[in-house]
Design a protein. Structure first.
Length: 146
């Protein structure tokens, strides 16, 4: 919900089409490496749930669209789009999901990862400055790599 303490979130929508009378279509291309057996629905749910909610809410709040289909399209498997559909009735649940995801940030909590590694720390803006994790841990190939 809108409040002075709500964090500003940003993102880049790769493609958006809004046609009166139809659900808006939002496409977010993903360059993640995926293997043939990977469950793309699960990957989106685990890695992009907040992004999905944010984009859906942005379209529903910022346009006249009554509904939006948010599509994550992995470029390595473009024949398997992962789609979630939302309507104006979903706005309160989307707002709640985003509020819960941002609760720690709003409260000023910035915990250091218990298992730092390259996949988590690689593009973190706190690297080498605000974050106390040494480079030898932040650059590991996996959380369990020694």
């Amino acid at each position: 919900a809108d409040s002075p303490s709500a964090p500003m979130l940003t993102g880049i929508i790769d493609a958006l089409e809004i046609t009166q009378g139809l659900p808006a279509l939002l496409v977010d291309y993903k360059t993640d490496g995926v293997r043939p057996g990977d469950d793309l629905e699960q990957k989106v749910a685990a890695s992009y749930a907040v992004q999905r909610a944010l984009y859906a809410l942005a379209v529903l709040r910022g346009s006249e669209a009554e509904a939006v289909d948010v599509v994550h399209l992995f470029l390595e498997r473009p024949e398997e789009p992962v789609t979630a559909s939302f309507t104006r009735a979903d706005v309160p649940a989307l707002e709640q999901q985003l509020s819960e995801a941002a609760a720690g940030l709003v409260a000023g909590e910035f915990p250091v990862a218990s298992e730092p590694w390259k996949g988590l720390c690689g593009d973190c803006p706190g690297r080498g400055g605000l974050c106390p994790v040494p480079p030898e841990l932040a650059d590991r190939d996996s959380p369990s790599a020694e």
